[in-house]
Design a protein around this ligand. Structure first.
Ligand code: ATP
Ligand code: MG
Length: 464
């Protein structure tokens, strides 16, 4: 056993970092942790003081600071962790501020009482509510022992272990707001400043433990334009097929987050380049190789532009983002089946085609999309042929304009205008029609109307 690992198992690690209060003195030794420490070569974290970094304190969410302060007042260690610290150092606007602490979930609950909700079965997390905003607080935990897919529950750990179980060095930094210093157990400081993405520990093991990390790697590349460390890059190609083992729900969430990130076009480009798209959305992967493929990227570029201009707490509806991936496929099918043969399809035919296509795309994909989203996506797709009919005969019908999802269909048309400016006057006319049409038919009034419709009774004596 190395000096480093024996320091941990004998409990001397408590004194290694003076700012760390004594945690669980009887933590079981964790072999994966010892292995990581040997790889990292040091137990001592590097501390970067206020005069060494230029984190803008004003950018830190005041509620996150309150949570840290209250945990510290109650005698616990608490840091800002992960993506928030990375973004502050990289001078980007953080999307969320996560906190890690030595307090266990029940202790967090005791401090924040009704403001706190404990969630998660496999690993319990605390959600602290500030109105609509939620600050996520997790207890320091140790990494995975297994070299393969993670199957067991995680265990509580120390701050060092918590840093080492994270995915990439750029995501493994802590920030202590009272002292205003950055704590680095994993070499994340150097990697952020050099623009390098590197797994914490052996990349092959880390990708096998959780293949979603490969998709996360592409997300950080797309968002920050960083390079991948050569070993990590090799492992990304070597472990590609492991992706099939990951949870579809988690993958879907990462993909949606990317569609909302302002760098979705580059992300899909990387997914295609590393042949992950073939595994995730085979239809889309094949389509991107055709002459129509470019249109998907044009729509994603429009989506990215909108997200970059939006306030941080707003996003385009996810059904709209799905429509960006399917609409160009629908257009090409309409061309092949109708317009190339000089046939103008009627709306029923378009509706059938759109719904068949969405089903085909969805059923071949790695994950099921929520039903409401699928319905809204279908509406957005088919209404494009009413907003911009192939025969250019426009009917500004109030029924369409008052539909609850009309605003989404219109927003999609606006995205199309981005690369087809000739559509803009038509878009303006629909905006005007929307203003003139009065209130939207909300879904509840539609339901009421449906319920009031009398049932057709069978004529007496008809048994057939
Ligand atoms: P974003 O800016 O998209 O929120 P993020 O890095 O903050 O990116 P989150 O999903 O919010 O991503 O995760 C918060 C932190 O949790 C990460 O920074 C990382 O330290 C850790 N983390 C997230 N996913 C994993 C994973 N699959 N394996 C290990 N650590 C992870
Ligand atoms: Mg985050």
């Amino acid at each position: 056993m190395s000096i480093l690992s024996s320091a941990i198992t004998s409990g001397t690690r408590k004194t290694l970092y003076p700012g760390t209060r004594a945690l669980e003195p009887d933590l079981p030794p964790n072999s994966a942790y010892c292995a990581y420490l040997e790889l990292c070569g040091s137990v001592h974290p590097r501390i970067f003081h206020a005069d060494e970094h230029d984190i803008d304190f004003e950018r830190i969410d005041a509620d996150a600071l309150t949570v840290i302060r209250r945990l510290q007042e109650a005698g616990f260690t608490a840091y800002l962790v992960g993506g928030g610290v990375r973004d502050l150092l990289a001078k980007k606007r953080p999307k969320d501020f996560d906190i890690s602490t030595s307090a266990r979930p029940e202790q967090i609950k005791h401090i924040f009482r009704r403001q706190c909700l404990i969630i998660g079965r496999r690993f319990r997390l605390a959600h602290i509510r500030f109105g609509k905003k939620i600050i996520e607080v997790s207890t320091f935990r140790s990494g995975e022992d297994a070299e393969d897919l993670i199957v067991r529950d995680n265990q509580w750990g120390s701050p060092e272990e918590d840093a080492l179980r994270r995915d990439f060095t750029i995501n493994g930094l802590f920030y202590e707001p009272c002292e205003h210093h950055v704590i680095d157990y994993v070499g994340g400081w150097d990697d952020i400043h050099a623009g390098v993405i590197r797994t914490i520990g052996d990349p092959v093991i880390r990708f096998r433990q959780d293949p979603v990390r490969m998709i996360r790697l592409l997300k950080f590349r797309a968002r920050f334009g960083y390079h991948t460390d050569p070993e990590t890059e090799k492992a990304l190609i070597y472990c590609r097929d492991e992706l099939a083992k990951s949870s579809p729900a988690r993958l879907l969430e990462e993909i949606f987050r990317m569609l909302e990130s302002g760098a979705s076009a580059e992300f899909f480009n990387l997914l295609q380049h590393y042949e992950f798209l073939e595994m995730l959305f085979p239809w889309l992967a094949h389509f991107l190789d055709t002459e129509y493929g470019e249109e998907v990227y044009m729509l994603l570029n429009a989506v990215d532009r909108v997200h970059k201009e939006m306030p941080p707490d707003q996003r385009l509806d996810r059904s709209l983002l799905c429509a960006c991936l399917i609409y160009p496929i629908l257009e090409s099918e309409v061309d092949v089946q109708y317009t190339d043969k000089d046939i103008v399809p009627n709306l029923g035919e378009i509706t059938n085609l759109a719904s068949t296509l969405s089903k085909a795309v969805a059923s071949s994909s790695f994950s099921q999309f929520p039903r409401r989203q699928r319905m809204a996506t279908n509406f957005i797709l088919t209404s494009q042929y009413r907003l911009t009919p192939i025969n250019q005969r426009y009917y500004f019908r109030a029924k369409l304009v008052r539909h609850p999802e009309f605003a989404l269909a219109l927003q999609f048309l606006q995205l199309r205008c981005d690369h087809d400016p000739e559509l803009r006057p038509i878009y303006e006319k629909w905006v005007e029609a929307g203003r003139d049409a009065g209130p939207v038919d909300d879904e509840s009034s539609q339901r009421k109307r449906r319920r009031r419709r009398p049932r057709r009774r069978r004529p007496r004596g008809d048994s057939g």
